[in-house]
Design a protein around this ligand. Structure first.
Ligand code: AMP
Ligand code: MG
Length: 344
């Protein structure tokens, strides 16, 4: 696994510019590949080096538990045992339980039992195919969080039907970010930016006390962005069809599948960014809201208190929910985007 670690003490210039108050805070930074993606961790603390290696170890541990593709993971054990109950660590059962709750909350738009569909489209192997209707009709009865049975006493997860499988890919990075944020708190770290691909947790502030700035990408142009969020102690999670897709017969097929139809979500959104104190919520909801589409996503936001969102629509609007609007700097004019604030 690729691992680059750079550690250096606050240089004099840095001290002046960023206000590295104690003069002892160090910066430790790592780029690593885990959970099928690239992660960037940046920590400013007196104990930055120790906090960074602990964070990296934790990511690898969680990848080992939660990976769909690794045969030795707990998720693979659950999937191999489909049709029966499989005992798992409480942590895994709790995350599955949270995923089921978010599935209910999103009316099935977010659903970890989507795995056989993701498999059918070839997203796990990269051997992409467009499954025909018959193939999808065979798989759809295996999809639905109502078919997951949890027994907290016995610590078991049961997928009711053989052939079922679960994929925590839409929630695991968010969960990992929550675990890492707790680790930072335990270590007294008050300045860190933990970017687990599209799940970015801002711990505290920048070393000088300024808010962390997290860009929201332009889904149509990988090198541009539609705006910048200024945040502290929040996770910013983005889901979009542009992140992973293939083309066949002149059509584009992306990796976020509508569990009801079995095909890539035909969304009026090109990306959804969810901002929440809970990384788990931000990650799962960004995936779920993308499937739901603008109207249902806004309705869910209006009925909720635990997240804000930035939507980028197919018709070139950037819609920001009012609770985060004053923290959002719109820069999408140059990309031809219009700006709107959604009110409660
Ligand atoms: P994210 O990048 O967080 O939006 O998650 C996308 C990943 O979650 C996909 O690559 C699949 O592994 C999985 N996934 C796809 N569709 C769904 C869905 N409707 N609900 C939950 N997970 C999904
Ligand atoms: Mg997600």
């Amino acid at each position: 696994m690729k691992r680059i670690v750079r550690i250096f003490a606050c240089a004099a210039a840095f001290l002046l510019l960023a206000g590295c108050a104690s003069g002892e805070k160090k910066k430790a930074e790592a780029e690593l590949y885990a959970m099928d993606t690239v992660m960037d961790l940046t920590i400013y603390a007196t104990n930055a080096e120790e906090a960074l290696s602990a964070a990296q170890e934790e990511i690898y541990r969680l990848d080992g538990l939660l990976s769909y593709t690794r045969s030795d993971s707990q998720v693979s054990a659950i999937n191999r045992g489909a049709g029966g109950a499989v005992e798992v660590p409480v942590e895994v059962m709790d995350l599955v339980s949270t995923a089921v709750a978010i599935s209910q909350r999103t009316d099935g738009a977010f659903d970890i039992t989507v795995a056989p569909l993701v498999q059918a489209w070839g997203f796990y192997t990269g051997e992409y195919t467009v499954p025909d209707k018959e193939a999808l009709d065979e798989i759809l009865p295996l999809v639905g969080s109502g078919l997951i049975r949890l027994d907290p006493g016995a610590k078991t997860v049961e997928l009711e039907k053989t052939g079922m499988s679960i994929d925590l890919g839409g929630i695991a990075k968010g969960y990992a970010s929550d675990v890492l944020v707790e680790m930072m708190k335990d270590r007294g770290v008050s300045s860190a930016l933990l970017a687990l691909a599209g799940n970015i947790s801002a711990v505290g502030t920048k070393p000088g006390g300024d808010l962390w700035r997290v860009a929201v990408r332009d889904p149509r142009d990988g090198s541009a962005y539609v705006g910048i969020l200024s945040v502290s102690n929040l996770t910013v999670a983005t889901s979009g069809g542009y992140e992973r897709y293939f083309e066949s017969g002149g059509k584009r097929y992306h990796h976020i599948i509508d569990p009801k139809t079995g095909v890539p979500a035909d969304s009026d959104l090109t990306s959804v960014t969810v901002i929440s104190q809970s990384g788990t919520t931000a990650d799962a909801l960004s995936t779920g809201l993308f499937v739901m589409g603008m109207d249902k996503a806004l309705a869910l936001w209006r009925a909720s208190k635990d997240f804000e969102a930035v939507f980028v629509t197919q018709d070139d609007r950037v819609v920001v929910t009012e609770g985060i609007a004053d923290r959002f700097e719109f820069t999408g004019q140059s990309g031809g985007y219009a700006y709107e604030i959604a009110s409660r």
